[in-house]
Write a protein that binds this ligand. Structure first.
Ligand SMILES: C[S@@+](CC[C@H](N)C(=O)[O-])C[C@H]1O[C@@H](n2cnc3c(N)ncnc32)[C@H](O)[C@@H]1O
Length: 302
């Protein structure tokens, strides 16, 4: 019930057009070294998963949050321009952010990507578009992209499949998309079975989450079904498994370690009798994925 109340408050805030949010303030809790490392890690993951060694042309980063370091590394690698698209303006401390940009500029020799001293406002060819959800942003514009990426964003979208449809329509032939999606409950039922949030009925869950950006419960099977029907070249790499604490190299389900998969399946089966109706027919394997990476490619002749 507390989540329903909090969600109602968030709905009122949004109705008044307030777009500042703590969601996406990833760097607020990091020191300088951690921030620089995080930016490098996220960028490195994108190129690794996309199977490229650099970005080029026009790129969109959906939901970048409070820092544009990843966009900068894309520019450094060869992207001509980056659109950073965010529903909210994540809170940030300008002085700390300037230090991150200064450190990134030095580390990666990027002074030429700023119009003046390294700072958010001086990044050349970065188009920061905040205050509008991805659900309308892509559909309402003609702009096309060579690549679109996101991390920890799709689970917060109120219509992620619409966004996937729209971004795919705006992806140029030969282009690639990489979306890392965290399918966990984001601490909503901390201390309980990790899939407790899937036991809440559809109607109640909607009241708990529709305004506040809490996880949308669009699970792996929904993305897989859409991708299979799309005719695109795609891969779903699993980066996390339910109830499995060890980290492993993201890979397709078939290639993952059998013992880890069995452990996650068992944890899904433990809660299966209590699942909300919309999940009762979903295969164990689909609910066992806790973090997934969607990699989509549009062929040149598409
Ligand atoms: C958890 S943060 C992730 C930030 C960053 N990508 C990272 O990995 O640190 C989620 C981001 O998605 C953005 N977001 C949430 N709903 C959105 C929507 N409907 N359209 C566009 N961005 C959205 C939030 O404002 C926030 O910046």
């Amino acid at each position: 019930m507390a989540y329903v109340a909090l969600d109602t408050v968030q709905g009122l805030i949004s109705a008044f057009g307030w777009t500042k949010a703590d969601n996406g303030a990833a760097h607020a809790s990091m020191d300088l070294d951690a921030s620089v490392g995080y930016v490098g890690e996220v960028y490195g993951d994108y190129i690794k998963y996309a199977g490229i060694d650099h970005f080029s042309g026009t790129v969109a980063e959906i939901g970048p949050g409070d820092n544009f370091g990843v966009s900068l590394l894309m520019r450094k690698g060869g992207a001509e321009e980056v659109f950073a698209i965010d529903r909210f303006y994540s809170r940030r401390d300008e002085a700390s952010q300037d230090k991150i940009y200064e450190a990134l500029s030095q580390k990666h020799d990027m002074a030429d990507l700023f119009d003046g001293v390294p700072s958010e406002k001086n990044i050349l060819n970065l188009h920061y578009k905040y205050g509008e959800p991805a659900e309308t942003f892509f559909a309402d514009r003609e702009q096309e992209y060579d690549a679109l990426v996101s991390r920890a964003v799709f689970e917060h979208l109120f219509d992620p499949i619409k966004v996937l449809r729209d971004t795919t329509e705006k992806l140029k032939p030969g282009g690639v998309q990489v979306h890392e999606i965290d399918l966990r409950d984001h601490g909503m039922f901390f201390g309980h079975h990790p899939l407790t949030f899937l036991t809440v009925s559809k109607g109640l869950y909607r009241l708990m989450t529709k305004n506040a950006g809490r996880p949308n419960r669009v699970m792996n099977h929904v993305y897989k079904d859409w991708l299979q029907a799309s005719g695109l070249d795609f891969e779903i790499r699993i980066k996390g498994l339910v109830g499995v604490d060890v980290s492993f190299e993201p890979d397709t389900w078939d290639n993952l370690d059998t013992a880890l998969k069995s452990k996650a399946i068992k944890i899904v089966q433990d809660i299966r009798p209590a699942l909300s109706a919309e999940f009762t027919d979903v295969a164990d394997e689909e609910l066992a994925a806790s973090i997934v990476i969607l990699v989509l490619k549009k062929q040149n002749d598409t």
